[in-house]
Design a protein around this ligand. Structure first.
Ligand code: ATP
Ligand code: MG
Length: 240
């Protein structure tokens, strides 16, 4: 049985069919790429999967249960966690405190959260800035901090919306190795990204959407080389 199954998911905004009858499944332990030109519906799919938007139609099953209408908090408790295209950290407290708050919100003791925070700071190369307010971090460092906050209590599935966008290449590699290492330990991801070399490198399989519809699904290279996908990208102003 798949870890996450999406069937017939749809969402309209006024006259725009942002997501139109989308179905796909995510297998336990894989990194699934979710790609497509700008405005093709990727973020809207993640918004519905993570409880930020109500679908007009369709169903989501996660870990054997129907979860279509659950709130973000209920989904996070069940182990479905989502990272945003726009980074969300608390800018007026330190990097370390952001991790501690995230850990305690997930029910860890202060001591346990402290241990895990130190290990994550090290792994994410944030130890030197642990006592700086998060507002003083660069965009890339904030993104790394957000990874740490998501993984202080590792979710069953992590949904990542363009984590590499506008991030310095060195930090991009820190992030990519973090994802690779966690995946080697069995962590499941859905990765939305316009960075095709990273998608090819990280994602065994990909789903491509265009104008709200799935136009290809399969091994990432064959998806990227398929005619509908090439046509979709050529017909848009996207960065491939
Ligand atoms: N809250 C909203 N209200 C109205 N229209 C919206 C809203 N959110 C998204 N849309 C529209 O829905 C479509 C899909 O948008 P979405 O943000 O899901 O695309 P995306 O694939 O994530 O794009 P990008 O690659 O640029 O991040 C677009 O036409 C967008 O303008
Ligand atoms: Mg988006």
């Amino acid at each position: 049985m798949s870890l996450l199954t999406i069937s017939g998911l749809s969402k309209r905004f006024g006259g725009v069919a942002a997501v139109d009858d989308v179905s796909f499944a995510v297998e336990k332990g894989e990194i699934l790429g979710l790609i497509g030109p700008n405005g093709s519906g990727k973020t809207t799919v993640l918004n519905m999967l993570s409880g930020f938007l109500r679908p007009d139609a369709g169903e989501v099953h996660f870990a054997g249960e129907e979860v279509t209408r659950l709130s973000t908090v209920e989904l996070a408790r069940r182990g479905l966690l989502r990272m945003f295209q726009m980074t969300r950290v608390f800018v007026q407290i330190t990097t370390l405190d952001n991790l501690l708050v995230a850990g305690m919100a997930m029910g860890l003791t202060e001591k346990e959260a402290g241990h895990r925070a130190q290990a994550l700071l090290e792994e994410l190369t944030l130890t030197p800035v642990q006592y700086l307010d998060a507002g003083q971090l660069s965009g890339g460092q904030r993104k790394l901090l957000e990874f740490g906050m998501c993984f202080i209590e590792p979710p069953k599935i992590a949904l990542l919306d363009e984590p590499f966008a506008a991030v310095h290449p060195v930090m991009r590699e820190t992030m990519a190795s973090f994802i690779r290492r966690r995946n080697a330990d069995g962590q499941t991801f859905v990765l939305v990204s316009h960075d095709m070399p990273i998608v090819v490198d990280l994602c065994q399989r990909s789903v491509c959407v265009n104008a709200g519809k799935v136009i290809a699904v399969g091994p990432t290279r064959s998806v990227l080389e398929s005619t509908p996908v090439i046509e979709a990208y050529l017909g848009s102003s996207s960065h491939v």
